[in-house]
Ligand binder design. Structure first.
Ligand SMILES: NC(=O)c1ccc[n+]([C@@H]2O[C@H](COP(=O)([O-])OP(=O)(O)OC[C@H]3O[C@@H](n4cnc5c(N)ncnc54)[C@H](OP(=O)(O)O)[C@@H]3O)[C@@H](O)[C@H]2O)c1
Length: 414
């Protein structure tokens, strides 16, 4: 690595991926400036309570499993005598702001200081919901917010720009998508979230090329919990399916235990659809390894699983991990014109957001990423039964996210 102690401005540090990357950037010795979303009447930078909670949240000790991860990271730093907490105290400054404002919601003097002292921008903040009714918010946060961050990167000192996109800017294509392929034309999208991320990515490339800002685009696929501990603070995608199956199993066992063998639940999809899952520790490790290399500027990286499971395999893994015996779950194509049972209707209603992904055979080339990761000794964990057990086990033991972000929310409400 070149010069240590670079200053990186991070957005989205309170989020699922942003917090994992923030911990690793700290551990790598960078100085960080965190732009944390300021809420109404927030006294973010002065209130010890909120700041303390953010530290806890970013350092990830709201779940015991994060502490385990922290300890294992400390163990990896041979001879390191500073804990992440100490590193946080000495190397992090927190700024309350909002990426949707042109001045990032910062005080004038703060904005100016950051413009001149920050070396690189790590832009991870985004609106990440799949609700098309809230498309305006997606466009404002994801597109306008990214434009504002680019503007910041180009004001004062010119800064390298790291942008977290998504592999699903590829939309509804059913082919292989290459990292080096620049798509000009909008594909069909599964939802407005994908569209907003596609437009934002185009903005990054156009703006960065025009102003000669070195940029790196990271495109993760579907992120799930930590591969060693299962820890996550976000319980969408895979968890939605696992939770519905878990609830169906419990309901049937409670009400119908004698006839379990007779029940077939038809679900939408094709058995060979590819579900590209990546554990958050792999994604964060990969991003930091790529970010540290100078040669990765002006390139795109698919942070995807080189061997993604098929939907049929994933169904079998979940059934086995959730110990669903006797009930058959049949992946049965489109559901639109079928007469559905009450259970099938329930399944469909609760997983509707992800319907089109269950038919996707989209593949992601990830050779740019793999060549960096090979040098760094990082490999993508295979989606095995053991891994599924860890991931689903964490979700069950944390009641599918009912406890998520409690500390931060408690302080916010106080
Ligand atoms: N999770 C996935 O499976 C996945 C897959 C591919 C790509 N990605 C990309 O990875 C990035 C992180 O995703 P995630 O899953 O970690 O999301 P997340 O948990 O929802 O976190 C989003 C972050 O953005 C912040 N944010 C939102 N609006 C903001 C605003 N106006 N000003 C400042 N900060 C704002 C949030 O702050 P608050 O804490 O205040 O809400 C939070 O820290 C996103 O760019 C997403 O598109 C995610």
């Amino acid at each position: 690595m070149e010069k240590k102690q670079k200053i990186i401005l991070v957005t989205g540090a309170t989020g699922f991926l942003g917090s994992a990357v923030t911990r690793r950037l700290l551990d790598s010795g960078f100085k960080l400036r965190l732009l944390i979303r300021k809420r109404n009447n927030d006294t973010l930078t002065t209130s010890f309570g909120r700041e303390g909670a953010i530290k806890e949240f970013i350092l990830g000790n709201q779940f015991d499993e994060y502490l385990l991860e922290q300890n294992s990271m400390a163990g990896d730093r041979m001879g390191a005598d500073e804990s992440l907490y100490d590193l946080f105290l000495s190397n992090v400054e927190i700024f309350g702001g909002d990426i949707t404002s042109r001045d990032l919601g910062l005080e004038k003097n703060e904005f100016k200081r950051l413009c001149y002292e920050v070396d690189e921008v790590f832009h991870c903040a985004a609106a990440t919901h799949f609700e098309n009714q809230r498309a305006d918010e997606l466009m404002t946060v994801n597109v306008k917010g990214t434009e504002n961050m680019l503007q910041f990167a180009n004001t004062g000192k010119q800064k390298r720009f790291h942008y977290i996109s998504t592999a699903y800017v590829a939309g509804k294509q059913n082919d292989i998508v290459y990292e080096n392929e620049l798509v000009d034309e909008e594909p069909l999208f599964n939802n407005e979230y994908e569209r907003s991320k596609f437009i934002a990515e185009q903005v990054v490339i156009k703006y960065a090329k025009g102003d000669e800002i070195p940029y790196t685009i990271y495109r993760p696929s579907i992120i799930v919990g930590d591969s060693k501990t299962g820890a996550t603070c976000k319980f969408d995608n895979l968890y939605t399916f696992a939770k519905v199956l878990f609830n169906i199993r419990n309901a049937l066992i409670n009400h119908n235990s004698e006839n379990l063998n007779d029940i077939t639940v038809r679900v939408p999809g094709v058995p060979d659809a590819l579900i590209n899952l990546v554990p958050v520790d792999y994604v964060a490790d990969a991003i930091v390894a790529i970010l540290k290399e100078k040669e990765t500027a002006d390139k795109i990286f698919h942070i995807t699983n080189p061997n993604p499971p098929e939907l049929g395999e994933l169904r079998d893994l979940l059934m086995s991990v959730l110990e669903i015996n006797g009930i058959k779950v049949k992946i049965d194509g489109p559901m639109e014109h079928k007469h559905l049972s009450a259970i099938e209707r329930l399944f469909l209603r609760q997983t509707r957001t992800y319907y089109s992904y269950l038919f996707s055979r989209l593949r992601f080339d990830c050779r740019n990423t793999q060549s960096v990761l090979k040098r760094a000794g990082i490999t993508c964990p295979a989606i095995t039964k053991d891994l599924a057990k860890v991931i689903v086990g964490f979700a069950i033991s944390h009641n599918w996210g009912d406890r998520k972000r409690t500390k931060l929310q408690e302080v916010e409400m106080a």
